[in-house]
Structures are given as C-alpha cells and as structure tokens.
Design a protein around this ligand. Structure first.
Ligand SMILES: O=C(O)CCC(=O)C(=O)O
Length: 273
C-alpha cells in the first residue's frame, strides 16, 4: 500500500553532530556522516521520492544516445514544490541544522533539491565545482547527498578532492568531458588527497561545500543508485551578478523575481530551522 503523509517519520529531531565533524568539514570541504536517517525512516521517503521521479522525470532516450552529462544521472529538480511528501524530506530541520552547523551560520535557506539517480550502466559524473552554476555572493553553501538505497562503491558514490574548496572558484567549466580532463590534471598538479565515499547505507549522508571538487565513477552494478540531494546557503546571502549563462538561468529558475544585489530569499528559498 502506498505511503501516506501521516506515515512519514518526523525528521525534526537533531542528529548528534560532533565538533570533529565540523573541523573535518572545514579542513576538507566534505564530510561523511553515518545514519543521519535510519533504514526505517528512509524507506517511506524513498518510496515517495522514487514515485515523484517517475512522475516528473521525462528522460526517454536510452543511455547510449545521451552525452556525458545525460549518462551520469537522471536529474529531477525541486520535487519539494510538486510533491507534499518530498517536501517533508527536503524541508526537514534535522538536515538543515547539520548544514547550518557545518557552515557555522545561524540558519540556512534552500537553494533547490534534486534527485540524482545514476541508472544501472550509467556513466561517470565528471569532476566539477557546483558553485559554477550558482549566482550567490557567498562561500557558505553546502550540498547534502544521501543514497536512498544501500549504495556500494561500484554504483558511483562520490569522490572528493580534499581541501580543494580552499582554492575557491576555479573557473567556468560546466560538468562535461572538458571539466573532467581539466580538473583531473589540476587535482594531480595541486596534490589534493582524494577521498572516496565507498559503500554507503541508505540514510548515510555526505555534505560538500560549493567549491569542493568532486566526481563519481560510473554505475557498474545492475541496480539504480537512487540519491536525493539538497542544496543550502546561509540566510542573508545576496545574489551575485551572473557571469555565465548557467548562473543567469539559475537566477531565473531558483530565485524567481529577484535580481543581483537582492537578498536571496524568494518563495522558492524558504528559511529552514
Ligand atoms: O550524484 C552525482 O553523481 C553527482 C552529484 C553532485 O555533483 C552534487 O550533488 O553536487
């Protein structure tokens, strides 16, 4: 029987984040936290998110006919705005409080959520910095990345270049073969240690900063890597002048009605406490 809203577990209780986790995040630009949700908590949300992806993702091309970006994952964005059950997940205060603590801020706003399902046989995710896409005048951004199923490393869990966030914004490269090649060389040249997330249980979470270089291997397994992500930024952030077409498009889509210099606080960016 399908999950109803009243079946969904309450995700407002605190996760016990340790100072060590925060120190690690500040040093490395990413941190892996185990069991942010229990398997019992995650199961009904998984059902809701998988159904929402089925209803709202319209990719119909076989993997072989897509480019590198299209092969990497089925991307379905801002599901919280179209599905009340997903909304309960995306706006959960347990997650937002971790995000705020990691960034050392009072409170956070939502940028957007996105389901990223790397299909069985799906391709690698090239090296990139998320910040390339965002017209936000801050370094205080963080992405929550949570598998909804147990994800083994051969399904494509994330790899991070530790400490790369401290190098700041490294240039206008969208997720592509070119970003993979450029940043692969840069990672080697700069000698950033690599951190592979390895096997993750459903409900484990990695958080990474907006300028942390990351990629993911292909999904060599026969199972879909079902992942939900939520992007947060510090409350009080202003909108920066977009300097590439992706940032211009993001401004229109995720910060509707706002312009450079405005507080990033549209109706799509609720404060989450
Ligand atoms: O899930 C992936 O393969 C990539 C995820 C990613 O780049 C992100 O969440 O910022």
């Amino acid at each position: 029987m399908a999950v109803t809203i009243s079946d969904l577990p309450d995700l407002s209780s605190d996760y016990s984040l340790h100072d060590d986790n925060i120190t690690y995040f500040n040093e490395n630009g990413h941190v892996l936290l185990r069991a942010v949700c229990s398997s019992t908590e995650i199961a009904p949300y998984r059902e809701a998110i998988v159904n929402a992806v089925k209803n709202h993702n319209h990719e119909a091309r076989p993997i072989e006919q897509r480019d590198t970006y299209g092969k990497a994952f089925l991307q379905t964005m801002n599901l919280w705005t179209v599905d009340e059950k997903v909304k309960r997940f995306t706006l959960a205060s347990r997650f937002a409080k971790i995000a705020a603590s990691l960034m050392g801020v009072e409170s956070v706003r939502l940028y957007h959520d996105q389901a990223l399902f790397k299909e069985a046989g799906g391709g690698h995710t090239p090296w990139h910095q998320d910040f390339f896409y965002w017209p936000l005048d801050t370094s205080k951004t963080v992405t929550l990345w949570m598998p909804l199923v147990d994800a083994t490393s051969d399904m494509g869990t994330l790899k991070f270049a530790s400490g790369s966030h401290k190098a700041g914004y490294l240039g206008p490269l969208e997720i592509s073969d070119a970003s993979e090649q450029f940043f692969d060389e840069l990672v080697k040249m700069m000698g950033f240690p690599l951190f592979e997330s390895g096997n993750m249980k459903a409900g484990d979470v990695s958080f990474h900063a907006g300028t942390t270089l990351h990629n993911a291997p292909a999904n060599k397994s026969t199972r879909n890597r079902e992942v939900m992500t939520i992007i947060y930024f510090a409350d009080g952030t202003k909108i920066a002048e977009p300097d590439n077409p992706y940032r211009t498009a993001d401004l229109k889509t995720w910060l509707p009605g706002l312009k450079p210099g405005d507080l990033a606080a549209s109706e799509l960016n609720p404060l989450i406490r």
